[in-house]
Design a protein around this ligand. Structure first.
Ligand code: OAD
Length: 257
């Protein structure tokens, strides 16, 4: 494995026929006003992570967990995508207009990529504004009636089995969605460019996707404020804010092969 090279966004020319996979984390939404996870000493809005982001936490106090996610949904109502999200839309459109392909795998549950206009998005950790039944055996897995950005003090129940509904996000100790994983791996196995943005590289399996991309022969770029925990696995590191780096990185720099 080659050493990580510090680079500038202008060093790269992503061709229109490139097969690109982008992975994003909380850092890309930071400039839209959402806090990242690991700047908070293991606390999410003052709650220990295990209280609000595990099935056990939900079982122990479902009302509290529901209120916590209701508050997070409310925060989203004032958030808009930033120049980093917009740059990825520009890249997707350019590749689709050429012979390229684009897949965006996001760990973020905030929906800001879709709000910006990204189309090929895999929500690998779910979506904060969607709900599902907390009973895994329930046939009514996804209840769109409660998909919302609003705050509800009381936890709704599933119309099918009467269990509590819960946010459709992946908690610690839970499996990622099989469909999402399958799509992600398929895209990684055929990519020739892999770009990770605003992620600390500590949560698996997403932190291992760079290795999957390298096995496919891809150029691998990390765009982050600091080297992530898995930075050693990338070919190149571009240090900086995603809202500043991405517009320069994805700009069409003329014909290339
Ligand atoms: P983290 O909070 O772990 O990491 C955010 C990264 O973004 C850090 O490395 C920051 O240095 C960087 N960063 C902050 N602002 C930035 C900016 N403006 N531009 C570029 N980089 C910036 O967030 P994630 O890596 O997304 O999982 O966390 C991964 C997962 O851990 C989350 O999806 C969540 C969490 O526990 C689940 O909920 C399952």
């Amino acid at each position: 494995m080659r050493a990580l090279l510090p680079s500038e966004p202008g060093d790269f020319k992503i061709p229109n026929h490139a097969q690109v996979v982008v992975v994003t984390g909380a850092g890309i939404s930071a400039e839209s006003g959402l806090r990242t996870f690991r700047d908070s000493n293991g606390l999410w809005e003052e709650h220990p992570v295990e209280d609000v982001a595990t099935p056990e936490g939900f079982e122990a106090d479902p009302e509290m967990v529901w209120r916590f996610y209701s508050q997070r949904r409310e925060q989203l109502r004032d958030c808009v995508p930033n120049a980093g999200h917009d740059a990825l839309v520009t890249l997707e459109q350019r590749l689709k207009a050429g012979d390229g392909s684009f897949t965006l795998i996001t760990q973020n549950v905030d929906g800001l990529h879709q709000a910006a206009g990204s189309e090929e998005v895999i929500n690998i950790h779910g979506n904060l504004c969607e709900t599902k039944c907390s009973n895994n055996a329930c046939a009514q897995a996804h209840n769109t009636e409660w998909d919302t950005k609003f705050y509800f003090a009381h936890i709704p129940r599933c119309g099918h089995c009467n269990s509590y509904l819960r946010p459709a996000v992946v908690w610690f100790g839970e499996m990622l969605g099989l469909d999402e994983q399958r799509k992600a791996i398929n895209a990684l196995r055929r990519c020739d460019w892999f770009i990770a943005v605003g992620t600390s590289g500590v949560v698996y399996p997403v932190a291992s996707y760079v290795q999957e991309a390298r096995a496919a022969g891809a150029q691998t770029l990390l765009v982050n404020l600091e080297p992530s925990q898995n930075a050693y696995a990338f070919h190149h590191f571009i240090e900086g804010k995603s809202s500043e780096v991405l517009p320069k990185l994805v700009a069409d720099k003329g014909s290339s092969t």
